[in-house]
Design a protein around this ligand. Structure first.
Ligand SMILES: Nc1ncnc2c1ncn2[C@@H]1O[C@H](COP(=O)(O)OP(=O)(O)OP(=O)(O)O)[C@@H](O)[C@H]1O
Ligand SMILES: [Mg+2]
Length: 317
């Protein structure tokens, strides 16, 4: 199962991601937690070990990811030709939640029985010259080669705004939880997501959690302005604020029983929206065809269309 948290800056993405991770931990699920936000707050919110040098977007780490996913796939000439949308094929290596997996072993920190990984922030050499979504490329490579068992989870805290639509990320999850505050700015970001997700054919995979919803009027405001399923609401909690003021992580013990239900509901909704791996692959291939037409990709990597392996199915992995 794959769940991502997105939303406006400051809406509560990282807080909700952390609480959901805490929920999965209590359910004794196996998971990989990923901080894919440039602000890099998740580790402290879940009390995970943060090693700056493991950022998957770092030059040497992203090369490692490309080399690994390429494996012996004969359709890919060189690791440098692995682009953000390169689909898995026969000969590819896969990322599995397994202590022996090279990518987890090299680039994730152990988090109890689970794993934590972070994408990283702008590299100094990128200042003024790159945009954050290029940093997400190696995370996209990991996601498109990720093989989860039935009961395993990938949870990701995502960058603010609508960057996910500039790449393959919108097609990589079963559920994208859009965290929305009951403000006009919050609704505006929801509307942008709605439009982009409809265009990308993933509107069905979006649901909303209302955050900092303090009264009946706040709820009504969200209900009036949101067409997607609203999974639940969290109020502004002084317990969360105090935990953070004391530099403590956030966990479900800060919530009452009704509020905790929101996280069970997020898990159930993810299960209900599950995308079959081969269906996800079809979408990735569609995106890859578009990417292959871009002149800068042709210039750098030649014809990457030939990377598509029509004979490959996830059922063989
Ligand atoms: N339900 C809540 N009750 C109280 N405080 C909250 C709640 N949700 C979030 N906060 C606080 O609001 C601030 C922003 O939350 P958070 O960092 O989770 O948002 P974000 O969307 O991840 O922000 P960014 O865009 O900066 O990554 C934090 O100080 C957090 O502790
Ligand atoms: Mg955040």
């Amino acid at each position: 199962m794959r769940t991502a948290f997105v939303g406006k800056g400051g809406s509560g993405k990282s807080t909700l991601t952390a609480l959901f991770i805490n929920y999965l931990k209590k359910q004794e699920k196996q998971f990989l937690a990923v901080d894919a936000d440039i602000n890099q707050h998740l580790a402290e919110l879940i009390d995970a070990e943060f090693k700056e040098e493991l950022a998957v977007s770092k030059k040497e780490n992203s090369k490692k990811v490309r080399e690994y996913v390429k494996g012996d796939n004969p359709r890919i000439e060189d690791e440098a030709n692995v682009v953000k949308s390169t689909p898995p094929g026969t000969g590819s290596n896969f990322v599995k939640l397994d202590r022996k997996n090279k990518i987890l072993d090299d680039l994730a920190t152990e988090y109890g029985d689970n794993w934590f990984m972070h994408v990283g922030t702008y590299e100094k050499e990128g200042i003024g010259a790159s945009c954050y979504h290029t940093s997400l490329t190696s995370f996209e490579n990991i996601l498109s080669h990720l093989k989860l068992k039935e009961d395993e989870w990938l949870v990701s805290d995502m960058v603010a705004g609508t960057d996910a639509f500039a790449n393959t990320l919108h097609a990589q999850f079963d559920l994208i939880v859009l965290v929305v505050e009951p403000t006009p700015e919050g609704i505006k970001v929801y509307e942008q997501y709605k439009e982009l997700s409809q265009e990308a054919g993933v509107f069905e995979n979006i649901a909303v959690v209302g955050n900092k919803v303090d009264c009946k009027h706040d709820r009504e405001y969200l209900e009036e302005n949101i067409d997607s399923e609203i999974i639940g609401y969290l109020p502004r909690k002084s317990e969360i604020k105090m935990a953070r003021q004391q530099n403590n992580p956030v966990g479900l013990e800060l919530l009452n029983s009704d509020e905790k239900q929101v996280f069970q509901k997020i898990a159930e909704t993810t299960e209900n929206r599950k995308v079959e791996p081969d269906e996800r692959l079809e979408k990735l291939k569609e995106i890859h065809l578009k990417v292959s037409e871009k002149q800068h990709i042709k210039d750098a990597c030649g014809d990457v269309k030939t990377q598509i392996d029509e004979g490959f199915s996830w059922s063989e992995v």
